[in-house]
Design a protein around this ligand. Structure first.
Ligand code: MTE
Length: 363
């Protein structure tokens, strides 16, 4: 077992802070990602908090501020379970950085995304118990190491947003924000604040630096070091994205039928409608088979068998959502200085050999 209970073959970009993603083969195996495979994104050290001493403050524009222990949360509110995909806004940054340098940022591959079954209380129920006041426009979250952010009230009061203490049927481990985190399905992972200490109802969006300065999409010609607070587009709702996980980039495979598979995920309020696969650079497309989603907030896993002749091949996938939005073609079209939201078509390059004995996926 690797660091923080992750699989031995996990790609560890940094040990401190711990930033790690699974290899594509491992991520591609499950609808609900095992905890040892789930990616982890941290901006500071992982917090090790005592669940018994833990308290959550709910304050700001509420009639009755609350201070809740973990036991209090469990006893007072209905327990809910939601299967939800979390995707980091920096997922697939390495492909952007290959087009144009992105210094000082974690070079995520296509696996800074995972899906878990989260258990906890609906944030809506907790806000109702506190008496959310009508002037509140946003609900801000603060973690124990000062990471924070906010979401609009309309989302905060939606049933799917959880204050979660459980992950895949076990207590939420410290590496994923235990004892308590927010889970905001349909939003970038940064809004799912870990080691949650404080929930504040307020008029305006959070001025925490991880919302006011970071996780903002700057125009391609901006310098992130010079950008003023509040500059650029504040990221919140996730964007439509998809990636090929299998075969993995650079593999050598037997020519003939090759199984291609991966994931697709839509943003808040949208659903993945179709995934297309091309083996000729986008001139012709075939539709992949979409797997049944594990829930309305979970990714769609997809697969298709294509025929590849001997030689090098490029396999490309793109997803469509139910508004007929489709992923943009090239990374150059979405490149931005901090390398967020790479939603471009996903391409892997492989070599096919006659009478080869490799497999497209798995060990
Ligand atoms: N919460 C805290 N307190 N500190 C963090 O660094 N990282 C955020 C979010 N919540 C972060 C946090 C980001 S950017 C992402 S993508 C997700 O947590 C990652 O969650 P995970 O580590 O459980 O995969």
């Amino acid at each position: 077992m690797g660091l923080w209970g992750k699989r031995d073959d996990t790609v560890v970009h940094e040990e401190r802070p711990f930033n790690a993603e699974p290899v594509p083969d491992a991520l591609d195996r499950h609808d609900v990602t095992p905890v040892d495979t789930f990616f982890s994104r941290n901006h500071a050290d992982i917090q090790q908090l005592d669940p018994d001493a833990f308290r959550l403050d709910v304050d700001g524009l509420v009639e009755r501020p609350l201070r809740l222990s973990l036991a209090g949360l469990r006893e007072r509110f209905a327990v809910r379970t939601v299967v939800a995909t979390l995707q980091c806004a920096g997922n697939r940054r390495a492909e952007l950085a290959a087009a144009r340098d992105i210094p000082g940022q974690v070079p995520w591959g296509p696996c800074a995304v995972s899906t878990a079954e989260w258990t906890g209380a609906a944030l809506a129920d907790v806000l109702a118990a506190a008496g959310l006041r009508p002037e509140a426009g946003h609900v801000a979250f603060l973690g124990a190491e000062a990471f924070g952010g906010s979401i609009p009230v309309a989302k905060a009061t939606a049933r799917e947003v959880l204050l979660a203490w459980g992950m895949n049927g076990a207590p939420l481990p410290p590496v994923h924000g235990g004892p308590l985190r927010v889970v905001v399905p349909g939003y970038i992972g940064a809004r799912s604040v870990k080691w949650l200490r404080r929930v504040t109802a307020q008029e305006r969006p959070s001025d925490n630096r991880f919302q006011a300065r970071d996780y903002r999409l700057l125009p391609a010609d901006a310098d992130p070091a010079e950008a003023a607070q509040g500059h650029g587009l504040s990221l919140g709702v996730a964007a439509l994205n998809a990636a090929v996980l299998c075969p993995q980039e650079g593999r050598t495979l037997p020519a003939g039928p090759v199984r291609v598979s991966g994931y697709a995920a839509a943003g808040d309020g949208r659903a993945v409608a179709r995934v297309d696969v091309s083996v000729d650079g986008g001139r012709h497309w075939r539709q992949a088979d979409l797997g049944e989603p594990a829930g309305p907030w979970a990714w769609r896993r997809w697969r298709l068998t294509v025929r590849l002749p001997p030689g090098t091949a490029e396999i490309t996938a793109r997803a469509w959502d139910d508004s007929a939005a489709v992923q943009p073609e090239r990374v150059e079209h979405v490149w931005n200085p901090s390398g967020y939201m790479n939603t471009a078509w996903s391409t892997v390059r492989v070599t096919c050999v006659e009478n080869g004995d490799g497999r497209s996926c798995g060990g």
